[in-house]
Design a protein around this ligand. Structure first.
Ligand code: ZN
Length: 188
């Protein structure tokens, strides 16, 4: 479903009025339209199945033990505060019958991120999409992100990042998982 820009513009004008601002002053006059454009981009993944781009996977022909795509940059919006969180996802899978172009893995991440999200939920949704789209032997997803709602409000922690992990199949095994985490260079 397409984002309804007109409703966003009206809602943003209402928020500006609610904080006591003059939504008609020159600096704010175009703000509702700008926010509507930004939200259209931020939320383009609402209602989109992130595994859909894996439909053009091809037979693996027995190729490869482990595929690891590191440092897939993403931005998302936290569903509790509608503030951005930004970071990198690392996606590893051990192929089964199917493999896919590496760019498709980045698209899975971008699609799952383009909706109101929680980092834990994003991590699980990426793992589930790869599991359902490729039926691999194992999947490991690590997400490392900095949250606007942590750095910009409340108890400001400008230097803190959050790491979450989801694993499926053979990469749920602690020994195999530790090997991949060492390659990622993240937590172990
Ligand atoms: Zn938040």
């Amino acid at each position: 479903m397409a984002v309804d820009s007109g409703r966003i513009e009206a809602a943003i004008a209402e928020i500006l009025a609610a904080i006591g601002e003059d939504a008609a002053r020159p600096g704010l006059r175009s703000t509702p339209k700008r926010v509507a454009q930004a939200y259209t981009e931020f939320f383009a993944g609402v209602g989109v199945d992130p595994s859909a781009v894996l439909a053009d996977s091809v037979a693996s022909g027995g190729l490869g033990e482990l595929v690891l795509l590191r440092d897939i940059e993403f931005r998302s919006i936290c569903e509790h505060h509608l503030l951005p969180f930004l970071g990198a996802a690392h996606v590893a899978y051990v192929p089964g019958e199917r493999i896919v172009g590496l760019g498709r893995l980045a698209t899975v991440v971008a699609t799952a991120a383009a909706r109101p999200q929680l980092q834990e939920q994003l991590t699980e949704q990426i793992a589930d999409a790869i599991q359902s789209g490729l039926a691999p032997q194992g999947v490991l997803v690590v997400v490392d992100a900095v949250h606007g709602c942590v750095t910009a409000r409340g108890p400001r922690q400008t230097g803190s990042s959050t790491v979450t992990m989801a694993s499926r199949g053979s990469l749920s095994d602690p020994v195999q998982r530790a090997g991949v985490l060492a390659m990622i260079g993240g937590p172990s």
